[in-house]
Design a binder for this molecule. Structure first.
Ligand SMILES: CC(C)=CCC/C(C)=C/CC/C(C)=C/CC/C(C)=C/COP(=O)(O)OP(=O)(O)O
Ligand SMILES: O=P(O)(O)OC[C@@H](O)CO
Ligand SMILES: [Mg+2]
Length: 238
């Protein structure tokens, strides 16, 4: 069984940002999140990625919290020992086919060490036009709930995707949109990310998705706030 089918919550740390005050990766693990993914869009380098991934792997060694890399380009993928795997975005509503196959082709061309057994794809639907990721991928964010549901449906049924990711990076999404994607899936897992900042927002989004992803909060407000979101996401499932 795919590990994410058991998850309620992911912390996404961005190597281009610092942790909150003097917090450590151990503090991030102690929030009770189910997995850590390392990724971001802007300012990413292989060095920053390697340093953050190393820190996360060391912090999770004594715990059962897997660490994944979620790359925004082929050049930032590293292969350290102890990494659980790779979550590779495919942007279904991108304005350029590069974000569906082009950069992936390029990755396969330049990286001879791809560990396919631990590489999983995520069918992204990017919904916040203000986010860097929307600009980066020239995403068409002008979508109604039935458009998003249809993208989710084809991602699972035609493209065999096990993860669909409704991405509102930076802002809390529309529950009608998120819920429509959720309802459109049979067995695939719906990740929701964007603007989750407290118990209530995590609980609400957790009720309309399978896994809640929390990003900026860990950098901007710290682990006490993240812990609340873990509780909200857990309670939404139970
Ligand atoms: C083929 C390989 C190895 C990589 C390419 C994978 C693709 C298609 C990436 C497209 C961009 C994407 C969906 C990246 C995922 C990470 C993400 C959404 C980070 C959050 O982005 P923002 O919050 O907008 O960016 P900042 O926080 O950096 O402003
Ligand atoms: O940073 P936030 O707004 O929490 O978004 C989380 C994640 O979906 C970003 O890729
Ligand atoms: Mg961000």
């Amino acid at each position: 069984m795919n590990p994410w089918t058991e998850w309620d919550h992911i912390v996404k740390v961005d190597p281009d940002k610092t942790l909150y005050e003097d917090e450590t990766f151990e503090d991030v693990v102690a929030t009770g999140t189910d997995a850590i993914s390392v990724g971001g869009t802007l300012g990413m380098t292989e060095e920053k990625m390697a340093e953050y991934v190393r820190g996360c792997i060391e912090a999770t060694r004594a715990h059962d919290v897997p660490v994944f890399i979620e790359p925004s380009s082929a050049g930032v993928v590293v292969h350290p020992d102890g990494l659980e795997g790779y979550l590779i975005p495919i942007v279904f509503n991108a304005g350029d086919i590069a974000w569906m196959t082009g950069v992936h082709k390029e990755w396969a061309r330049i990286d001879d060490d791809i560990d396919w057994a631990h590489t999983h794809t995520e069918a992204y639907i990017v919904m916040n036009e203000e986010a860097s990721v929307a600009e980066y991928t020239q995403a068409d964010c002008d979508l109604a709930p039935d458009d998003v549901a249809a993208y989710a449906e084809i991602a699972e049924q035609m493209f065999g995707q096990d993860i669909v990711y409704v991405e509102y990076s930076g802002t809390l999404g529309d529950t009608d949109v998120v819920g429509a994607a959720h309802d459109a899936l049979d067995d695939a897992t719906l990740f929701y990310g964007g603007g989750v900042h407290d118990y209530d927002s995590a609980h609400t989004m957790g009720q309309h998705s399978d896994v809640v992803v929390v990003g900026d909060l860990v950098h901007d407000a710290g682990c006490a706030a993240v812990r609340e979101t873990v509780e909200g996401a857990n309670d939404a499932r139970n």
